[in-house]
Design a protein around this ligand. Sequence first.
Ligand SMILES: CC(C)(COP(=O)(O)OP(=O)(O)OC[C@H]1O[C@@H](n2cnc3c(N)ncnc32)[C@H](O)[C@@H]1OP(=O)(O)O)[C@@H](O)C(=O)NCCC(=O)NCCS
Length: 170
Amino acid sequence: MQIRQEVFDDRAGIYAVTHAAFSKDDHLVEPSEVGLVQQLFECDRYSPAFSLVATNGNTVIAHVIATWGTVDGKHKLLGLGPLTVAPEYQGKGAGTALMQAISDRAESEHVSGIVLLGATGYYQRFGYEPAVSRGIIPSDPVWGDHFMVRVFDERSLPTGHYRYAAPFGC
Ligand SMILES: CC(C)(COP(=O)(O)OP(=O)(O)OC[C@H]1O[C@@H](n2cnc3c(N)ncnc32)[C@H](O)[C@@H]1OP(=O)(O)O)[C@@H](O)C(=O)NCCC(=O)NCCS
C-alpha cells in the first residue's frame, strides 16, 4: 500500500471507492458522499495538499480529504471528511495510514488543528477529542462529542462557531 497526494487521474477511483464504501443495500443508488466529494473538489475550500489516496499498485483503495471551514466566519480551520476505505480493504490499516498521513501533512503545513464529525471510538486513537472542550462549537449541537478536533498548535487554534465548507450544507 502506498500513500500519496491525490492527482486528477485518481478521481474516478476515488468516486468508485466512495460509492462502494457508503452504499447501503442498493448499489444502484448513489450515496450522497459521492456528490459531496465531487463538490469538495470543485469548491474554493479545496486544497490538494489535504486530499490523500492509498493505492495498491495503480488502484485507489482509500481516500481522505480535509477542506477549509471557518470559525466565526473569519478564521480558517480544516474539516476532515469523508474518510473512505474500499469494503474489501477495510480493517487492514488503510484508514489508520491515511489518518496518520493527513496529520503529518497538517503538521508540516503548520495547521493549527483539524475538526471532524465521526465515531469517537475510531478517531480518539488518532488524538481527536471533543471539539467543544477546546471551544469549537458545532453548527448542530446534536453532534455532541462526535464533533472532534485534533490540535496541532493550541496557541493558534481558533475558538468559536465552526462551519464546514459549503458542500457539506452545515
Ligand atoms: C471507518 C473506516 C474509515 C475505517 O478504516 P479501516 O481501514 O477499515 O480501519 P483500520 O484498519 O485503519 O482500523 C481498524 C480498527 O478501527 C476500528 N473501527 C473501524 N470502524 C470503526 C467505527 N465506526 N467505530 C469504532 N471503531 C472502528 C476497528 O474495530 C479496528 O479496531 P482495532 O484496531 O482495535 O482492531 C472504513 O471502515 C470505512 O471506510 N467505512 C465506510 C465509510 C465510513 O464509515 N467512513 C467514516 C465516516 S466519514
